[in-house]
Design a protein around this ligand. Sequence first.
Ligand SMILES: [Fe+2]
Ligand SMILES: [Fe+2]
Length: 316
Amino acid sequence: MTDLRVRKLRFGFADYPVPFVWNATDPAFSCAANMLSFLFLAVEKMINATVHEAMPLITDQAIAEEALAFVRQEGQHSMAHRQHVKGLIKAYPALQKILDDMMAVYDDLTANESVKYRLAYVADLEATFTPTFTMMLNNADTLFAPGDDRVASLFLWHFVEEIEHRSSALMIYDAVVGDPWYRMRLAPAVFQHTGMAIDRAVCGFNERLTLEERRVDATSMYGSPYLKTMLAQRFPVLRKTRLFDVADNGPVEKIYPHVPVREQASAALGVMRSQLPGHDPAKHKLPALAAEWLERYEAGYDVTRWYTADTQSPDG
Ligand SMILES: [Fe+2]
Ligand SMILES: [Fe+2]
């Protein structure tokens, strides 16, 4: 029997306008999290289709149950990110194009790649979430607490459940494909594909929003153009060379300015390790905030307003 719980949460994105820079103290992280909402929405639709396609191939009843609970959790995430994205598009209609692009990228993957390829893709990607989201949860006081509570609470919930179902994608992959070397060999292609989708989203933010709306170059945290732009901004003389003749989309911010370098390095190492054969996500220690979140949820706390539920009445 699976331990996964399917929690249906909604975050009030239709109640009042959704700001693009939802954490005013960290516009680069705001851009990055917004990008993740667009990306997750599309990726989780692909996961849903892929796992349902693989279901008839899963003969072990316990794994079939886990797979079903896993896609149900992902389905809830996708729905909640859709509400966030809808709120963003309502406030910034030009962002509709980003949603269309993301959906097209992953619909195309679903239509043109084999189930084996997609199961490996999902297992590779999901394996990176536990180390990176652990780092983010451990630094929630700077990344989430100062922000719009709807966006912050959406990401806290999603990250907690990603860590909760950290073994699911690998379990499904092992049951259906079972070749750890194929998964590892595929990793560079998977990250190249995800990187391409991320570049499209963050470059789209730069193109479609004014600097006043996004406050920073949206490629600051993710997206391959940021390194070139950052170097060109630090050393203007480089702009005279064709290689560094890059558009100025505003300031390129430092990644995770408040997160200790040691924690960033440990997350990066965790991502690398997660791709190796024999990797067992179950061994990962649950971050303190994830344990607290699960406990509070069980106690009936309003986790959709994680930082403000204690200070506001349910009516506002
Ligand atoms: Fe998810
Ligand atoms: Fe997931």
